[in-house]
Design a protein around this ligand. Structure first.
Ligand code: COA
Length: 370
């Protein structure tokens, strides 16, 4: 038995490949470093869904289409308004995506063309739902999306009510690209299991969001930043790590099931965290993070993962901490939906077995005789 399905191959995929020994991540043949340096999130998303990089016309059309679909159906906005203001934003996102399904005319259509259209609508609207929820819980009106702004710039605009600097929009856009796809991780596998029953895309995505919420998966980016805030000063970092390790607790943003070397996404986010916090924020958080990283490598030989430096990038962008994981979902929606399409394209229900460890011979005892 492989606990946690470690090393178990459950399917073929042409979407993402992780070389855990070399620290390489490939989206459909393209190295993540190449894409992070040159492409935008929507360009990489288009490539993942269509298996080819868009030419200029195709990208313009795709960007315009998604920009035109950012508005939430009024009923979905009502669902968000109806939630308690202290609701967990990932719970809000589960509810919002389920509601988007209820308002989508093509919700039950699992044909590939319909799924591409639906995935576009979900990808366009997740950022709107996140920003609207944040404004509503702060007693403010949601800001209408601006179709002239790019995907990431528009999110920051809807969140703040002011247009962001280019450097801020680019940093957020690259982080979404880095979160886009990552093989058979827990949330993507969840999506595929749901899709394999021939349930629809929205239902699969709701499942993906639920799996991402946990701190061993997407919840780690928020937890990692909270940890840095708790450490507070560079001088405290080493002792803080030692204390946590002594208590046999995990340090969020470190370790990975597949990578045995540096997570290539962390390489970019470390650089972005440095540049962004020097230019716009407080370099202290990056310095504390470097010390934590150095100490973890020295004590345990464990590398940081995608979530560690992402927390600092989002913090420097002024994004509330509990929106870190919803933003991970705003990127991973691309991978989830691509995997649902791949699963529906060559489906067999996913149904593993378990090793039974209890008795097989117990007898029912009537309730008054127990
Ligand atoms: N902090 C401290 N120790 C860690 C650790 C961390 N973040 N991650 C792994 N380890 C240690 C474990 O304690 C275990 O040590 P042991 O063999 O002495 O018991 C060993 O490394 C293997 O870890 P394990 O939890 O069995 O690996 P896994 O493949 O089941 O889990 C993660 C992978 C990602 C869930 C795990 O590394 C983790 O919990 N990380 C923190 C959460 C996180 O950042 N998640 C985001 C992933 S992108």
């Amino acid at each position: 038995m492989a606990k946690g399905l470690e090393g178990v191959v459950v399917s073929e995929t042409s979407l993402g490949f992780i070389d855990g020994q070399q620290g390489r991540l490939i989206y459909r043949g393209f190295d993540i470093h190449d894409l992070a340096e040159h492409a935008t999130f929507l360009e990489a998303l288009y490539m993942l869904w269509h298996d080819e990089l868009p030419d200029r016309d195709a990208l313009d059309t795709f960007e315009r289409e998604l920009a035109g679909q950012r508005d939430l159906p009024p009923g979905v906005l009502e669902v968000i308004r109806g939630l308690p203001t202290d609701a967990n934003p990932m719970t809000m996102l589960e509810a919002a995506v389920a509601a988007l399904g209820a308002y989508d005319d093509e919700a039950g259509d699992n044909d590939r063309e319909a799924e591409v259209r639906k995935a576009g609508r979900i990808a366009a609207r997740i950022p709107t739902a996140i920003a609207a929820f944040d404004r509503i819980r702060n007693g403010e009106d949601p800001v209408d999306p601006d179709p002239d702004l790019g995907h990431a710039a528009n999110f920051l605009y809807m969140l703040r009510g002011e247009k962001p600097k280019d450097v801020e929009a680019r940093a957020l856009d690259t982080s979404l690209l880095l979160y886009l796809e990552h093989g058979f991780n827990a949330s993507t596998f969840t999506c595929r299991v749901i899709a394999s029953t021939l349930a629809d895309l929205h239902s699969a995505v709701v499942g993906g969001i639920a799996a991402l919420k946990g701190e061993l998966h997407g919840g780690a980016n928020e937890k990692a930043m909270r940890m840095l805030l708790e450490i507070g000063e560079v001088e405290q970092a080493e002792a803080w790590v030692d204390e946590v390790l002594e208590q046999h607790r995990k340090i969020m943003g470190f370790g990975h099931r597949v990578y045995r070397t540096e997570d290539p996404r962390a390489t970019h986010l470390r650089q972005m965290s440095k540049e962004l916090s020097e230019a716009l924020g407080d370099p202290k958080w990056h310095e504390i993070a470097r010390k934590v990283e150095e100490t973890m490598l020295d004590r345990k030989g464990i590398h940081c993962n995608v979530d560690f430096y992402c927390g600092i990038v989002y913090y420097t962008l002024g994004i509330p901490l509990d929106l870190d994981t919803p933003l991970f979902a705003a990127g991973r929606i691309g991978g989830w939906s691509a995997h649902v399409m791949e699963q529906h394209g060559d489906n067999r229900i996913i149904r593993p077995r378990a090793e039974y460890t209890a008795s097989k011979d117990r007898k029912y005892v009537p309730i008054d005789e127990r």
